[in-house]
Design a protein around this ligand. Structure first.
Ligand SMILES: NC(=O)c1ccc[n+]([C@@H]2O[C@H](COP(=O)([O-])OP(=O)(O)OC[C@H]3O[C@@H](n4cnc5c(N)ncnc54)[C@H](OP(=O)(O)O)[C@@H]3O)[C@@H](O)[C@H]2O)c1
Length: 254
């Protein structure tokens, strides 16, 4: 079996979906992971994982909301020996912020909304666009965007949460549209482009603990969120291109 090279953004927090997905992906001895984080020096758990990984984890610096930082990261990653040989198989665009939080639509603050869009929308778009040449070289040609059910216009209304989380939901909905368009553009080239809602997960971003509810949904543990993300990422293929899935594997309405 050939090796599988993953690029994961927002991978530094030990109770975050990105970091915990990496731990699950590494259970496959053929997996190699490039973990992109804003501030490698402060990512002590991830640096420890890199150190113990026998070369299977490489930590790189990347602020996804800053195009120049994404381009600098591309230059570093493209020079890694295993990437030069193989390209990148899977991009897991996972970095995100939850700035607007509970502020209702009628009081949405443009400053908060711009922060959500800078990371959740432009951040994911920059990474997908800049790294596309390396994804074209990979065998799997897979892009998974960590969206949210709150980015489903249908779900957000039907869930009865009123106007809460409006700027966050808008930033995810706009990015879902981008990735659906990219899925159409890259279909003939054998790509699988998927949007993924990881569940309500008890991470520092959600601000709830496992077992508590957010938007009426009970949060799962970060460990379960990471495990589910890794399992689903590996299960999707070209037949799933252009779809939006939840953590139980069901499709979500846009
Ligand atoms: N938790 C949930 O219930 C839930 C539900 C639906 C969707 N999601 C999505 O799942 C993804 C992961 O979230 P999480 O719950 O695991 O939260 P998390 O642990 O807070 O992870 C968010 C990650 O994004 C990184 N990040 C933020 N801004 C960045 C930037 N400009 N450049 C690079 N990295 C940046 C953070 O790094 P720093 O430490 O440097 O800030 C952190 O590693 C997010 O996209 C989130 O929207 C989460």
């Amino acid at each position: 079996m050939s090796n599988v090279v993953y690029l994961i953004t927002g991978a530094n927090r030990p109770n975050g979906i990105g970091f915990l997905a990496i731990q699950n992906l590494l259970l496959d001895p053929q997996a190699q992971v490039i973990a992109a984080v804003r501030d490698p020096a402060s990512a002590s758990d991830l640096l420890a994982l890199e150190k113990s990984s026998e070369g299977r984890v490489k930590v790189v610096k990347m602020d996804v909301g800053d195009l120049e930082s994404v381009k600098a990261s591309f230059t570093e990653v493209a020079g890694l020996p295993f990437v030069r040989e193989h390209g990148i198989d899977v991009l897991f665009a996972n970095a995100g912020v939850f700035t607007g939080a509970m502020v209702p639509a009628s009081k949405m603050d443009p400053t908060d909304a711009l922060k959500d869009f800078q990371v959740n929308t432009w951040g994911a778009i920059y990474v997908a666009q800049v790294f596309l040449p390396l994804l074209r070289l990979g065998t799997q040609k897979k892009i998974v965007y960590t969206s949210s059910a709150l980015g489903s216009t249908t779900f957000a209304f039907d869930a009865g949460i009123g106007g809460a989380f409006a700027s966050y939901g808008m930033s995810k909905a706009a990015t879902n549209h981008f990735f659906k368009r990219l899925a159409g553009e890259l279909k003939e080239d054998g790509f699988t482009v998927v949007c993924y809602h990881p569940g309500v997960v008890g991470t520092s971003l959600s601000g709830v603990k496992a077992g508590e509810t957010l938007g009426g949904i009970v949060a799962i543990t970060p460990e379960e969120g990471g495990r589910l993300a890794a399992t689903h990422i590996n299960s999707w293929g070209p037949k799933d291109n252009g779809k939006f899935f939840g953590e139980t594997g069901e499709e979500i309405l846009w």
